[in-house]
Ligand binder design. Structure first.
Ligand code: FAD
Length: 321
């Protein structure tokens, strides 16, 4: 049955995040021929709105209210609830990002709705959206659907393919008035811990280092390889605990969950808690000098060797491509 589905778009560092387009593709499936309404808040929201339309949204609601410039739970919750009042959607899709993970359960509770979080696939079965989501740290998958009320879900970045961009697509972009009051949180300053570069959770290529990298200096060859491949650098908790890099890079059960096309794991053993964050990567390449390291059990390609010899060789070879 055709539904009206809302998608909350996200911007970061002056760019619209890819997960926005993936969420639109997911919303299209859930809408099942119905309408997909994009919602975008913050600076230059109206400037980005057309991008949402080019990727499949039918129309977009924007607000550049000063309290929505930076994400805060309070302000975004109030604004989305007003959009829901105005639009009466039958579905809501967010990215499974730090803001999506924060906002979606609160909104679901406020709206008295169910929520499927961290979906990696959607199928329509007998008119019902059936979501696939990983469980037990990615070792198994379960299928879930919401039978009553709003179909509300967050989708894991890099899993649901966005639709082909069509710049000829057009749709209405409407700036809306939102009333935000009694804020309990105000962002005064944003201090960035990682400098620019590719967003780890959306990166198509990740070069991750572990304790075997031995120092912050030891991460340099990993950054060089990541740059040549247009990817991002990640790390094991072992490397973060040893202060070789910032915790913002940590991948795993208590870090970020990533699904790149290519994951290069260098000098990390492959502890179960690390695998929980990366084992669904499409291709895994492990570089470790210990042939018995558990990372080789999940790797598609394994290189037994010293990362300080192997990584510069890979960088040189990829530079030639
Ligand atoms: P190690 O296990 O010490 O492995 C280092 C590897 O480097 C070894 O295999 C060694 O052979 C190899 N090596 C050394 N020198 C070289 C070289 N020159 N060239 C090539 N290879 C080399 N861990 C995470 O990563 N993410 C998490 O989110 C996470 N959450 C956790 C949550 C809990 C509750 C607990 C208890 C633990 C968690 N951990 C997590 C920690 C996890 O159990 C491991 O301790 C950690 O992942 C180990 O990091 P590592 O692989 O870098 O280090």
């Amino acid at each position: 049955m055709a539904k009206k589905v809302i998608v909350l778009g996200e911007t970061r560092d002056g760019e619209i995040r890819n997960v926005t387009f993936e969420a639109i593709a997911a919303a299209k499936k859930v809408a099942d021929g119905g309408e997909v309404v994009g919602v975008l808040f913050g600076e230059n929201a109206s400037g980005f709105a057309n991008e949402m339309i080019h990727y499949g949204a039918d129309r977009v609601l924007t607000s550049e209210h000063s309290d929505l410039k930076q994400y805060t739970t309070d302000a975004y919750q109030q604004a989305i609830l007003q959009v829901c009042d105005q639009e009466s959607p039958e579905g809501i899709i967010f990215g499974h990002t730090s803001s999506g993970k924060d906002l979606a359960p609160r909104l679901a509770a406020k709206l008295g709705s169910g929520l499927v979080s961290d979906a990696v696939d959607i199928e329509i079965e007998g008119g019902t959206a059936v979501f696939t989501r990983p469980i037990y740290s990615g070792k198994a998958f379960e299928k879930k659907s919401i039978e009553d009320g709003l179909v509300f879900a967050t989708i894991r970045p890099n899993n649901i393919a966005s639709l082909e961009k069509d710049e000829a697509r057009s749709g209405e972009v409407q700036s809306i008035d939102v009333d935000i009051k009694d804020l309990r949180t105000i962002i005064k300053e944003v201090v960035k811990k990682t400098a620019g570069g590719v967003d780890l959770s959306e990166a198509k290529v990740i070069v991750a280092g572990g304790r075997g990298v031995k120092s912050d200096e030891g991460f340099k060859p990993l950054y060089e390889l990541a740059e040549v491949l247009g990817g991002a650098v990640g790390a094991s908790r072992g490397a973060c605990d040893a202060e070789y890099c910032d915790y913002a890079l940590q991948i795993g059960q208590t870090g970020k969950v990533v699904t790149p096309d290519l994951y290069i794991a260098a000098g990390l053993s492959g502890a179960i808690q690390h695998l929980a964050g990366m084992s669904n990567s499409k291709v895994i390449v492990a570089i470790n000098k210990d042939p018995e390291a558990p990372i080789f059990e999940v790797a598609d390609y394994g290189i037994v060797g010293d990362l300080f010899e192997v990584i510069p060789l890979l960088t040189e070879e990829f530079k030639k491509v």
